[in-house]
Each structure stands twice: as structure tokens, then as C-alpha cells.
Design a protein. Sequence first.
Length: 378
Amino acid sequence: MITEEKKEVIKATIPVLEAHGTEITSTFYQNMFKAHPELLNIFNQTNQKIGDQPKALAMTVLAAAKHIDNLDAIVPHVVGIAHKHRALEIRPEHYPIVGKHLLEGIQEVLGDQATPEIIDAWGDYYNQIAQVFIDVEADMYKAAAWDGFKPFIVRKKEVMTPEIVRFTVDSDDVDKTFTAGQYITVKVKPSGYPYEALRHYSICSNDAEDGITFAVKREVVDDKKGVVSNYLHDGIEEGDALFLSAPAGDFKVEEEHDKLLFIAGGVGATPVMAMAEEAVSKGKDVKFVYSTFNEDHLPFKDQFEKLKAAGADIQVKYSDTEGYLNRSDFADSDDREIYLCGSMRFMNPMIAELNGMGIDDSRIHFEPFGPKMSMQKV
């Protein structure tokens, strides 16, 4: 355990991390990839280019510093990240590499401000945090439905909207057990791309009779095309093989929650679609409010119709003619547990609307797409 004296050193670095955190983590990634190019086969290079991954790491490091006297406060955040690490096959041997280059990043950016005392304190604290992750992930590896990445055959490829394609993949060699709300991780090697590429995609149906179903949005940010999403859209057809790691993630409907409100925007419907199907099958009271641009961009039409036929209250709002979701769309939801999914740009105003209705954060359960940029729950 880190000493009290070193804890005080860590606390004193919080203002510096707030001012230089992203610069430090950007430097860390650059140096680590230069020394260990094999790690480029694991990390999302699109998120690196647009800056999401360094910002997410900076937020995690900052949260760890702020909660040094009560690390239990960040356990839910650790568990969420650990699920992604297990899905990506992050192993204990990777942690010393990360620690070495993170400390070097601090030293490089801060220069003389990074005294030996500060580097020593952060080295000890990093090792403590790393061990927490290693222990949590060890249990996750033991519980995984299968080890490593296994080949699955694409049984169906369905174009649902101009941006979203739904895949159903199957394998006779693994136990396809999962919890509604979880995601799988796809590993591909696109032609002309120098590395393997791994991406998480939410399982979008609780029905696994024909295999595991997930949906992929074609990602384009400014002039940067998502390597994997565009490859899956354009290069993968029925009959092709995809390599998947076992389902992961801790976003799920708690058994004791019987009256539910699901809120989603765009491709954020994917995990809550499976969760809503599971909830309806258990006889729970389900309301599902969904936002998309217009009818041409409405995915999962068949699944929405099945949910409606099973008794769920389905409400779809088109933003081009009806505007964005607001508290009027969540009327009569005061006694419901709320499950929310989408980008942080979508979810932050939704959480604000719900809070404005007097709904406490303890009743709002959410899963952001992409690196977790908000520490609202920490």
C-alpha cells in the first residue's frame, strides 16, 4: 500500500493533472507505441487520432488521484474498463509497459516540475491501481464464455439504414451465453491496413437462436473514416468469418427493477434493444423512448414491432420534424428505473432533463458509446 506521505504528494499533483493531463497521456501513447508497435494491434487508432483515448485516460488518472483516500469510489469505473480490457485480451504483462511510459510522459511534459519524489509516488500508486485491475480482470477471464478470439461465420447481414448494418454470426464451437446489455469484440485485419483492429459492438438482440446479433454504424468523423466499421460495411458478406472475443460488459437490467424506461438515440439503441427484449420476456413493464433523424434512419423496425406486440410502450421521435427528446417525452416515468445509452453528447442533456424532473442519479443507469469522457458517476 502507498504511504500517507506519498498520498499527499499525489494529491498535490491534481492541479497539474487538470492542466496538463491530456498532453501527458498523448505523449505517453506516442512513446509507448514507438517502443512497442505490437500494441497498435490492440488500441483503437481512430480514437487516438481524434483525441478521445488520451482524454479518457487523463480523466481516469485524475479520478484515481482525487479518490486516493477512497479507491472504492472508482470501483464501478474500474470494472467497466476492466471488462473492455478482458475483451481486448489485455494481460498482466501489459501493465508494466503502460506504467513505464506513463511515468515517462509525466516527466517529459512537466520537466523539472516532475521531481524524483513525484515520479516515485506516482510509480507506487500506479502499481497499486494496476494490481486492482489485474485482480478484477483475472476473475473476468475465468468467467468468460470462451478464451481468446474465436471464428464465427456471418449468417445474416442486414442493411437497416444508410448508416447501420446488423450482423448475425454463429459458431458451433463456443457457448454463446451472454447477458442482455453486453457487447462482443470483433478483430479484423482490413486489406491495406498495417495492424489488426479491434472494436466493441453491443449485442442488439436477446434472441440467440440463430447466433449473436450486433449492429455496426459506419463511422466518419470529419475526414477520418472508422477503419473497422467501414470494413465491416463494405468488405464483409454473409458466409465470411469474423473473430470475436467473449461477451463483456456490466450494463444490464437489475432483477429487482420491474418498471423500466429505456432511452436511446441512434445506434445507442443496440444494448437497450436486447435489454428491452429480455425485460418484456420476463413480464416487466417496459417503456422505450427512441430518437433518430427521420424514418429513413430508423433501425430495428422489426424488433420495435415485436416489442410493441408484446406489450411494450414504444415511442419514436424524429428530430428533423419533432425536435430532440426532452422531459415531456418522459412523462409518467417518476416510478421507473431508467436505462440510457448513446454518445455523451446525447446522454448529458438527457440526464440533465431527468434530473430536472426530480429523478435522482441513483435511478439513472447509463452506458456511453466510445471512451468514457464523463466522470458523472465517480
